[in-house]
Design a protein around this ligand. Structure first.
Ligand code: UGA
Length: 440
């Protein structure tokens, strides 16, 4: 951005996770002065020394480019002191009951008690409908009646978060007073996307409903895939042609071993819990979640059958650990279920992932870490593709067939071409497509 900026504001972002860092860096890029506050000392130190603690496309360069008006701190008071707007981007993990844990949001709100100079507080964290009203009441009690409140949910997908922030399908702004709505809209000047303005509760619901519908589309495609397997249809052809209907669209219909990550699992549980707490049983969403729980288990069962019903003393190469390509995030990844199931049945698991670095805890501590897909497949009785890393398309599969104890691939993301794999001698299993068997 060049030249003086009219609507330039001082923004304090609470939370330096995926969302907070992307939000902070993008607001800085839009010309605002931003301070990002986190409670993790290590994280703040890395950021202060010019590093970026997470992998997100384009984020490191954005942070570097805007270093002049993007700072990091551990000190909440320091963050708030000069701020005009506070952005809450802390995580809201699932509790054992499936509800969202809002304790970190409350901690932020508690630190604002004396911040009478603020113009507005905006919450980006995903929260149950009604949270804003409770925060509003708490702010009123603390003497912050004059400070606006907004719900400004994020729709960024990991790996594409910077692009999604700068060129979103929509910016949802929920505010119960027009000045706050206007202020938050002004902060987004320079963002290339339409603004959908509404009341706070509706904005909170948009976020939950959007993620639930995306998860529903995937679970639907996965159920169709299962029926394709049973009837001999090819799910890739089916989904492609179904998606040509402009009313349905091609997106989020890729079958596979299920959705994971920090959002869909948590948000679908939170919406189901929200409905349940209101006395309504959200049956459709319950089924969507159940279908997804079964997806990696079905994959393991099919692979086990192919291996003669046992994993004990078998070596399985697990290709891809991250919950999707382009990220190092393993939260609620299908790979966790798959690795745990394989280990519990006595398999030796050799795993590979190009980005995920920290694999110290269970189940990964019981697996062998490999530097390349070929290393993981050396001597293996089977390989299972769990994340559709593009690198896997470029593997020398002919060589893989030679070095595996048995040329068997379960492609949990339908990444590879069945005929090609068969021509290389593989038994090739995938999701919603016929298993092909090459000549060995
Ligand atoms: C998701 C939403 O896409 C974002 O819009 C939202 O802002 C974000 O959650 C959030 O609530 O913060 P994300 O979790 O980063 O983003 O990842 P997605 O690209 O949506 O993928 C989620 C999972 O679904 C992955 O495990 C992916 O492999 C799986 N998936 C996705 C499929 O199995 N099939 C598909 O067709 C698409």
């Amino acid at each position: 951005m060049s030249g003086p900026m009219l609507g330039k504001r001082r923004i304090a972002v609470f939370g330096a996770g995926y969302i907070g860092l992307v939000t902070g860096a993008c607001f800085a890029q839009l010309g605002h002065d931003v301070v990002v506050r986190d409670i993790q000392q290590e994280r703040v130190e890395i950021l202060r020394s010019g590093g970026v603690p997470i992998h997100e496309d384009g984020l490191a360069s954005l942070i570097a480019e805007n270093a002049e008006h993007l700072t990091f701190t551990l000190d909440a008071e320091e963050a708030v002191r000069d701020a005009e707007v506070v952005y809450v981007c802390v995580d809201t993990p699932s509790t054992p009951s499936g509800d969202a844990d809002l304790s970190r949001i409350w901690q932020v709100i508690d630190t604002l008690r004396d911040a009478r100079h603020l113009m507005a507080v905006a919450v980006k964290s995903t929260v149950p409908v009604g949270t804003g009203a409770r925060v509003r009441a708490e702010m009123d009690r603390a003497g912050l009646e004059h400070v606006g409140y907004a719900s400004n949910p994020e729709f960024t997908a990991e790996g594409k978060a910077v692009r999604d922030f700068m060129r979103p399908d929509r910016v949802v702004i929920g505010a119960d007073d027009p000045e706050t709505a206007k202020l938050i809209a002004q902060l987004h000047e320079g963002v290339d996307g339409p603004i959908a303005q509404m009341d706070v509760r509706s904005a909170e619901m948009v976020k939950l409903a959007a993620n639930a519908l995306l998860a529903t589309k995937i679970s639907f495609a996965n159920e169709i895939a299962t029926i394709c397997e049973a009837t001999g249809a090819d799910v890739e052809q089916v989904v492609h042609a179904v998606g040509l209907d402009h009313r349905l669209g091609p997106h989020f219909m890729r079958p596979g071993v299920g959705w994971g990550g920090s959002c869909f699992p948590k948000d679908s549980r939170a919406l189901r819990a929200l409905a349940g707490n209101a006395g309504y049983s959200f049956q459709l969403l319950t089924s969507v979640i159940e279908v997804n729980d079964l997806q990696p288990r079905r994959a393991i069962q099919r692979l086990k059958d192919e291996l003669g019903g046992v994993f004990h003393n078998r070596t399985v190469a697990l290709l891809g650990v991250a919950f999707k390509p382009g990220t190092d995030d393993v939260r609620e990844a299908p790979s966790v279920i798959i690795a745990s199931r394989l280990l519990s049945e006595g398999a030796d698991v050799r795993c590979w992932d190009p980005l995920v670095r920290q694999l110290g805890s269970a189940p990964w501590s019981s697996t062998t870490r490999c530097a390349t897909p070929l290393e993981a497949m050396t001597g293996a009785d089977a390989a299972i593709i769990v994340t559709e890393w593009p690198e896997l398309q470029d593997v020398a599969w002919g060589e893989a067939a030679e070095i595996m104890a048995r040329p068997l691939v379960f492609d949990g993301r339908n990444l590879l071409d069945p005929q090609r794999m068969a021509s290389l001698g593989f038994t090739y299993m995938s999701v919603g497509r016929e298993t092909v068997r090459g000549e060995v």
